[in-house]
Design a protein around this ligand. Structure first.
Ligand code: GZL
Length: 309
């Protein structure tokens, strides 16, 4: 008789390749490039065809990309929303086209949670709390006021809103902590340096005790500004940042950064598992939280060889 393979209907043995459309925020930070690398390599390992778009941190480019994925009738759409609001219309178009949507890394602010299947990423409020708790402990013997400047992430983005909220929730317990300046550095090294220069000019060389940066790239830019002002980063100004990317470990090993709170970009494998489960019609948790640690300067050299991003 016929060899078995030719007897089976096409679909049974030549499984159609899943097509995933992914709209990425941009390439603004070390974190982002590590996140993109994780997604691309996980798609390859999973045998999923990836259509990838870089929005250069512009919401309108993400919306255009999502519309293109709908037109191409991809199996699943995933994206990391650059800001929290303004997504309902395009998500309703995806729903009308019966294309499931996965949120990775950042959340959206919507009244209709049926517009996405799951949101996987860090708890940014907790990251802010961890930064606050580390500072409260570091300054426990400090009697006078602790003057803090804050480099916020992209205006309107979930990490910027939530990291600020978590940090303030912790430091408000003690009136000695004062955020004297707070401005966005848009998660980039260049803007972080530029804004820190302005903070130093406004507050004077002895007017700042602490820098709280919402990501390592802005902290690294600020470190350059602090050194150019003739101050010692991590000594004259205590520096706390978030992500724990390679650049942060290098700065900590050079004694220029005090602590980095981990925010893992390695979401690729979890995303591909969720995509396969969705296509297979399996239930997927509405919220998948990534587990993360805290890395102070003292442990940087020992941890560095183990880091994956
Ligand atoms: C956090 C991510 C943030 C990083 C920044 O999950 O959205 O965006 O903290 C990145 O480095 O630019």
């Amino acid at each position: 008789g016929l060899p078995l393979a030719t007897a089976l209907p096409g679909a049974a043995w030549a499984q159609k390749k899943i097509v995933l459309g992914f709209s990425q925020v941009g390439a603004e930070s070390e974190w982002r490039t590590a996140n993109t690398e994780s997604i691309k390599s996980a798609a390859k390992d999973a045998g999923i065809e990836l259509k990838f778009s870089d929005a250069q941190q512009k919401q309108e480019n993400q919306i255009k990309a999502i519309r293109a994925f709908i037109a191409q009738k991809v199996d699943v759409i995933a994206f990391s929303p650059v800001v929290e609001t303004g997504w309902d219309n395009v998500l309703r178009e995806a729903k009308a086209a019966k294309i499931p949507v996965v949120l990775t890394d950042r959340a959206v602010n919507t009244k209709d949670p049926s517009l996405y299947v799951t949101f996987m990423g860090s708890d940014f409020v907790e990251e802010g709390r961890k930064a606050g708790r580390w500072l409260v402990d570091k300054m426990k013997d400090q009697k006078g006021e602790v003057r803090i400047v804050e480099l916020q992430g992209t205006v309107g983005s979930a990490p910027a809103i939530d990291r600020k909220k978590g940090f303030e929730e912790i430091i408000k317990a003690d009136p000695k902590f004062k955020i004297v300046r707070s401005q966005t550095g848009d998660f980039t090294r260049a803007k972080g340096k530029e804004v820190m220069e302005a903070f130093l000019k406004a507050e004077g060389k002895n007017g700042i005790n602490v820098l709280y940066a919402h990501n390592d790239d802005m902290a690294i830019g600020a470190i350059q500004a602090i050194e150019e002002a003739g101050l010692k980063p991590a000594k004259d100004i205590t520096i706390i940042s978030i992500d724990a990317v390679k650049g942060a470990f290098e700065a900590m090993m050079a004694g220029k950064l005090n602590v980095s709170i981990e925010c893992s970009p390695l979401l690729g494998p979890q995303l591909m598992t969720a995509v396969k489960d969705i296509v297979a019609g399996k239930p997927v948790a509405k919220r998948i939280v990534t587990e993360e640690g805290i890395f102070p300067m003292e442990t940087a050299a020992a941890e560095f060889p183990k880091r994956k991003y």
